[in-house]
Design a protein around this ligand. Structure first.
Ligand SMILES: Nc1nc2c(ncn2[C@@H]2O[C@H](COP(=O)(O)OP(=O)(O)O)[C@@H](O)[C@H]2O)c(=O)[nH]1
Ligand SMILES: [Mg+2]
Length: 322
């Protein structure tokens, strides 16, 4: 899913201004093109102005609806992410209000187009047009806060990771600064930011690779701290584990930037997801062999890419033969 291409949503006045501009632009042309009595020419012109005004607004609003992701048909991961980061009901209500507005604009415009057909004085035409613009402006004013909310939400969604929820996916998880992003860069062609301090990964990093014939997705989730109150990025990591990951690679760092006890506690928590967990001991190049051997046995862990790839392929085969 890609939320990056959503167009900016302007405020209600912007769309009204566009509608005014378009109808004004056309009116001069229409007036010159028509012939006959002055009153009938004005009538035709104003009739066309209503049509263009109506069409401009409806086109703009329809475009917003069409481009906006239809929330209920999004994959579960994104629906939950929306629920976690914004007011889901407000968002749905805001989108719904655009449909409502389109219908009202059509109704009102039809009424005024009918009125315009029978009017017989210039001053009356002026009054009708003033009334028409007034009514539509007030309708647009009623969705002012909805348009603002849709734009606010769009900005939040722009920051969503572009996860392919239909691919077989492997989450790489563990405490901060233990080598998750480094592992991602070894398993895939991804070039995540790797730094010598915690919380480098501000976003979810994605990488892709092909195993046998299957394209698979690796998701480097920023430090899932085993705490109750999760920040935005931890919330995303948690949703990846729950809704997207087919298996989890849990990285344990024996140099212990976080105590082994803490790392084991987080591992235990991950068992709740009821997914295959492959344990990988990172930084094995700087840890003594006997310690590696001890924990390799204890956790049935992988210490090399070769072992890791073997385990991944095994699960992949199982997954695709089902
Ligand atoms: N020696 C060694 N250092 C590593 C290894 N993996 C990661 N590091 C270092 O550990 C630090 C954190 O790595 P990073 O991949 O950003 O960790 P993340 O926060 O879990 O994504 C960086 O300085 C890396 O260079 C490894 O296998 N061996
Ligand atoms: Mg990282």
């Amino acid at each position: 899913m890609n939320f990056q291409d959503l167009d900016k949503i302007e405020d209600h006045q912007f769309y009204l201004d566009q509608a005014f501009k378009n109808s004004k632009k056309m009116s001069a042309v229409v007036f010159l093109r028509t012939s006959g009595e002055r009153i009938s020419r004005i009538r035709t012109t104003e009739y066309e102005k209503i049509k263009i005004f109506e069409r401009t607004l409806i086109e703009r609003l329809e475009k917003i609806i069409k481009k906006y992701p239809s929330i209920d048909s999004l994959p579960e991961f994104y629906q939950e992410l929306i629920r976690a980061t914004m007011d889901y009901d407000h968002l749905k209500k805001s989108l719904g209000s655009l449909n409502w507005t389109i219908n009202i604009i059509k109704e009102i415009s039809d009424i005024y187009k009918r009125k315009m057909k029978h009017v017989d004085s210039e001053s009356r035409i002026k009054i009708i047009m003033k009334q028409y613009y007034g009514r539509i402006s007030s309708i647009m004013n009623q969705i002012k806060s909805n348009l603002n909310y849709l734009e606010e939400s769009r900005k939040i969604m722009k920051g969503f990771p572009s996860i392919k929820t239909d691919l077989y996916s492997i989450a790489i998880t563990g405490f901060p600064n233990i080598g998750k992003s480094t592992l991602l860069s070894k398993l895939t062609t991804a070039k995540p930011e790797i730094k010598d301090y915690a919380f480098t990964t501000k976003n979810i990093n994605l990488g892709y690779n092909k195993y046998v014939i299957h394209k698979i997705q690796f998701i480097d989730t920023p430090g899932v701290l085993a705490r109750e109150k999760k920040n935005n990025i931890e919330q995303q990591a948690y949703l990846v584990l729950k809704y997207v990951a087919n298996i989890i690679i849990y990285v344990i760092d024996l140099t212990e930037p976080y105590s082994l006890k803490e790392q084991e506690r987080l591992l235990k928590g991950l068992k709740d997801y009821e997914k295959t967990i492959i344990i990988y001991l990172s930084k094995s190049d700087i840890i003594s062999e006997d310690i590696i051997a001890k924990y390799k046995k204890k956790f049935k862990a992988c210490t090399s890419l070769e072992e890791l790839n073997k385990k991944i392929e095994k699960d992949l085969k199982k997954h695709f033969s089902q």
